[in-house]
Design a protein around this ligand. Structure first.
Ligand SMILES: Cc1cc2nc3c(=O)[nH]c(=O)nc-3n(C[C@H](O)[C@H](O)[C@H](O)COP(=O)(O)OP(=O)(O)OC[C@H]3O[C@@H](n4cnc5c(N)ncnc54)[C@H](O)[C@@H]3O)c2cc1C
Length: 294
């Protein structure tokens, strides 16, 4: 299979801020809500497809637009972090589900709603046309926000994720070359969350519906992947979703299935009991400790 990402000259600024507004919303099922965003600046927005991630900044209740230090350019993060958390835009990570150029510049983001337990889920459930957000997103197609990069020599791919990774897995499946062998596990809360996922790949998709089981989410996924007969040849795995489940599944693939650990791309998209602010602060203090150790 040919999977090398297209070569591009090193971009000066691969990510930029974009001021966007909600154009429309569409319910995809009990859990998933698609929000379509538009805005003048989208002309320069350039998704690399697959699992293209970006940062979404949301306003606090009572603010018309999120407060984001866009003027700080590439130095925005320390400036944003030093701002009052009650004022600065609420930062969350999301995936570009689709980008369109015609008839208008638009992007779709699919939000997994989990009630009012998080500000992004709360905001999305109430989003109305005209509501404003800021996005730190890609300005070149080959950018560091795309993680799905199977190396040359990959014979087949394994994809696994929960509803938060469904947009990324949908993007990966729509990108995979014709006939690529793919084994896919997708965990969703309800049967009505199952979606059509167009692909040219030779994809075998197993939907794991949580409301059919009493099993803990990790045991549910591990049980299904663990019982599966996997294809022969060199695999590349991409797994995302709840961090504890992702960690266990990666361990299973590396220790029990003999996957090369460099061929397993894994990302905790969220963690049970922790908000994204808490995860960002953990990452910052982990990086500080690592640099202190030299
Ligand atoms: C690279 C990347 C791409 C992502 N892409 C998407 C995407 O396209 N669509 C999408 O919906 N999500 C996506 N996510 C996950 C999303 O960023 C998190 O779910 C985020 O925590 C939601 O923010 P919140 O404000 O709703 O909740 P937070 O304030 O961050 O969390 C509040 C509480 O809710 C819990 N929680 C968070 N998410 C969930 C959930 N899905 N179900 C149940 N409980 C939850 C947390 O454990 C915490 O206890 C992505 C994450 C990453 C890192």
């Amino acid at each position: 299979m040919s999977t090398a990402a297209p070569e591009a000259p090193a971009p000066a600024v691969p990510f930029q801020f974009f001021d966007l507004h909600v154009v429309r919303t569409r319910r995809l099922g009990p859990t998933m809500l698609r929000i379509t965003f538009g805005g003048e600046g989208l002309r320069d927005f350039t998704s690399g497809g697959r699992d293209q991630r970006f940062k979404l900044f949301l306003p606090h209740p009572g603010q018309e637009a999120p407060v984001v230090p866009t003027e700080a350019g590439t130095e925005w993060f320390p400036v944003w972090r030093a701002m009052d958390p009650a004022v600065r835009g609420i930062m969350r990570s999301y995936t570009v589900r689709e980008q369109r150029r015609v008839p208008h510049d638009e992007i779709d983001i699919d939000f997994a709603l989990h009630g009012d337990t998080g500000p992004a889920s709360h905001w999305a459930a109430r989003a109305l046309p005209g509501d404003r957000v800021t996005v730190l997103g890609p300005a070149v197609p080959d950018n560091g926000g795309v993680d799905f990069r199977p190396p040359a020599g990959t014979d087949w791919v394994l994809l696994s994720g929960d509803e938060t990774a469904l947009p990324a897995i949908a993007g990966i499946l729509s990108w995979l070359p014709l006939g690529t062998r793919a084994k896919v596990w997708l965990e969703v809360p309800h049967a009505d969350d199952i979606q059509e996922l167009p692909t040219l790949a030779d994809a075998d998709i197993t939907w794991l519906v949580r409301d059919n089981t009493e099993a803990h989410r990790t045991d549910f996924v591990l049980g299904s992947v663990g019982a599966a007969q996997l294809p022969a040849g060199t695999p590349y795995a991409w797994i995302a979703g709840e961090a504890g489940t992702v960690k266990q599944l990666r361990r299973h693939l590396v220790r029990e299935r003999g996957f090369d650990r460099r061929a397993v791309k894994f990302t905790g998209y969220w963690r049970l009991g922790s908000s994204e602010e808490q995860l960002v602060e953990e990452a910052v203090s982990g990086a500080a400790q690592a640099s202190a150790r030299g």
